[in-house]
Structure formats: C-alpha cells, structure tokens
Design a protein around this ligand. Structure first.
Ligand code: GAR
Length: 200
C-alpha cells in the first residue's frame, strides 16, 4: 500500500508527535515536522527519529497569509497529503485551510464544541463539568469548529486541578490521535456534512 505523506505541525513539547511516531502507523510516512517555534522540543523528537524538520518563524512575516504562503511553498514539493496539527499554536488563515480542505486535522483538549480556544482544561474546571476529554477534528475556517473524527472522555474529579486534568487528557490524546490518523490514511472514514462516519 502506498503510504500517505504526512506533515506534523508543532509549536511545543510534541508529546503527541511522539505518540504518532511510536504508533508506527504502516499506512503513513511522516515526511516533515514543521514548527513556527525554533525552540520547540518537538523538533528534537523529530531529529531523534531522523524525520526532516522545517522551522519558519511567524514573527518574520507581516501577515498570516505571507507566513502560510511560505509554508505552502515547502509542502508542495514534498507531496504532503495530510497536515496533522499537534500542539500547533497559530490560528491558520483560510489560505492554508482551503488548500488542505478535509486534509488537515487538529487535536483539542476538550470535548468540542465545549471549550474551544485556549486553556480548555481550565475552562472545563471553571465551568464545573463532570466530564471533559479530547477531540480530533478536521480543520475548517472557524476556531476548533470542524467535523469531529474521534473523541475520548475524561472524568473531572473533585480533587483535579488544571495540571492533573491535563495529564489525564494527554493520555487519551496519545491514544486517539494516532488512531484517527490510521483511520484516515487507511481510507476508513467519509465526511457527510458535519458528520464523520466509518466506511463499512
Ligand atoms: C495538546 O494537549 C493539544 O490538545 C493542545 O496542545 C497540546 C500539545 O501537547 N492543542 C491545543 O490546545 C490546540 N488548540 P504536545 O505538544 O505535548 O503534543
């Protein structure tokens, strides 16, 4: 089977990148790890596994569009078929989102559509919900608003603070993100409106 060529976009630690690498998904090749942050530890993780890396600092550009045009210039020759946002902390403009329509996924540390945006675990604690979790979704032009592929539930216990909750959420993320990538790259899902369904 031809391997799907994947670029993973990171900005920080990259524990989800590590989980994707460790999952050794036979149907993908991680052809690139891209970061907007030159100091992202995720870049080290990629280098440790011999995965090509690219850093383009958004601060060097006047607009999101110019930044993304530069990114696209590098993705095209690599034949990237799927962009995986794994702790990538820049909001993307319609330029990149449209180019990778239904071919870009994101991971969010809450059960969307609850608690989009930043500090999702803190938002969950402050809202007093008894369950939160994580969501893998396709990226559309909104913030954390695209069709949902997989979710996992995490209970919020009385003794939880933001850190302990995030730790539990991360464990689930590390399980469902590789699984979602596997489903997509094996052609096992289809999108119907806002619903992402398993193919029979
Ligand atoms: C993950 O928890 C992911 O859900 C979150 O950033 C973390 C990255 O961790 N993403 C967002 O909040 C996107 N809005 P990692 O760098 O260890 O993979």
């Amino acid at each position: 089977m031809k391997k799907m060529r994947v670029a993973v976009f990171v900005s920080g630690s990259g524990s989800n990148l590590q989980a994707i690498i460790d999952a050794s998904i036979p149907s993908i090749e991680i052809a690139l790890v891209f970061s907007n942050n030159p100091d992202a530890y995720a870049l080290k993780r990629a280098e440790n596994h011999g995965i090509p890396t690219l850093v383009i600092n958004h601060r060097d550009f006047k607009s999101r569009e110019e930044f993304e045009t530069e990114i696209l210039k590098h993705l095209e020759p690599l034949g990237i078929e799927l962009i995986v946002l794994a702790g990538f902390m820049r909001i993307l403009s319609p330029l990149l989102v449209r180019e990778y329509n239904n071919r870009m996924i994101n991971l969010h540390p809450a059960l969307l559509p609850s608690f989009p945006g930043i500090n999702a675990a803190r938002q969950a604690i402050e809202a007093g919900v008894k369950f939160t979790g994580c969501t893998v979704h396709f990226v559309d032009e909104g913030v954390d608003s695209g069709p949902i592929i997989l979710q996992a539930v995490v209970p919020v216990l009385d003794e939880d603070d933001e850190d302990s909750l995030l730790q539990k959420i991360h464990e689930e993320e590390h399980r469902i993100y590789p699984e979602a990538i596997r489903l997509i790259s094996e052609g096992k899902i289809r999108i119907e409106g806002r619903r992402v369904l398993r193919k029979p």
